[in-house]
Design a protein around this ligand. Structure first.
Ligand SMILES: CC(C)(COP(=O)(O)OP(=O)(O)OC[C@H]1O[C@@H](n2cnc3c(N)ncnc32)[C@H](O)[C@@H]1OP(=O)(O)O)[C@@H](O)C(=O)NCCC(=O)NCCS
Length: 162
């Protein structure tokens, strides 16, 4: 897993992204990738769909959404979905993808990254809390909303001060 990299979803990777496998029991926590691809298509100005490649193999998919004007603070910088191929889970791919999305959020000036998911066995809560998310609240639909604090990059403003 030393050669992980992120690429924008493209014609070359869309089929592989759409056929990523899940482990038994995980299907209930995540909609098919094709839903996210459709969402990205209709929200091109805010969606940030990316595949994770290990060498040339697609091993994961993450989609962020950046919407600074959203009325809800919690929805301005968020993970719309993440999934890692069943065979590649547990090897740091998910952490790599979230860190890459958090770096993009930081670059855009956001101070948090949020995610909403269903709590439960086989669900992603243990992953999110392990990498630093804290549950903020439960939604009226029983989902958990969790947030990761993003510290500003001290180098980001270098050279911009007059
Ligand atoms: C959740 C998911 C993205 C995690 O991806 P992953 O590549 O397996 O995660 P990583 O290997 O990067 O794990 C990072 C850390 O979280 C921990 N972790 C990951 N999944 C875990 C689980 N189910 N239970 C406990 N800890 C877990 C890992 O042990 C690791 O901890 P470490 O720092 O001690 O090594 C993946 O399991 C998945 O695709 N699940 C199905 C889809 C889904 O539920 N998506 C979320 C919907 S928003």
């Amino acid at each position: 897993m030393s050669d992980l990299r992120l690429e924008e979803l493209s014609a070359a990777t869309i089929v592989a992204a759409n056929t990523l496998t899940l482990k038994p029991g995980q299907e209930q926590y995540v909609a098919p990738v094709s839903h996210s691809i459709a969402e990205a298509y209709v929200n091109p100005s805010t969606a940030w769909p990316r595949v994770v490649l290990d060498d040339d193999e697609v091993v994961g998919f993450i989609m962020g959404n950046f919407d600074a004007e959203n009325d809800h603070d919690e929805l301005r910088s968020c993970i719309w979905r993440i999934n890692v191929s069943a065979d590649a889970q547990g090897r740091g791919v998910g952490r790599f993808a979230v860190h890459a999305l958090a770096a993009e959020a930081r670059h855009r000036g956001f101070d948090q990254l949020t995610v909403m998911y269903e709590p439960g066995d086989d669900g992603p809560e243990a992953f999110f809390t392990r990498i630093g998310f804290e549950v903020v609240r439960e939604t009226p639909y029983g989902e958990h909303l969790a947030a990761l604090r993003i510290l500003p990059d001290p180098h980001e403003s270098e050279g911009t001060e007059s």
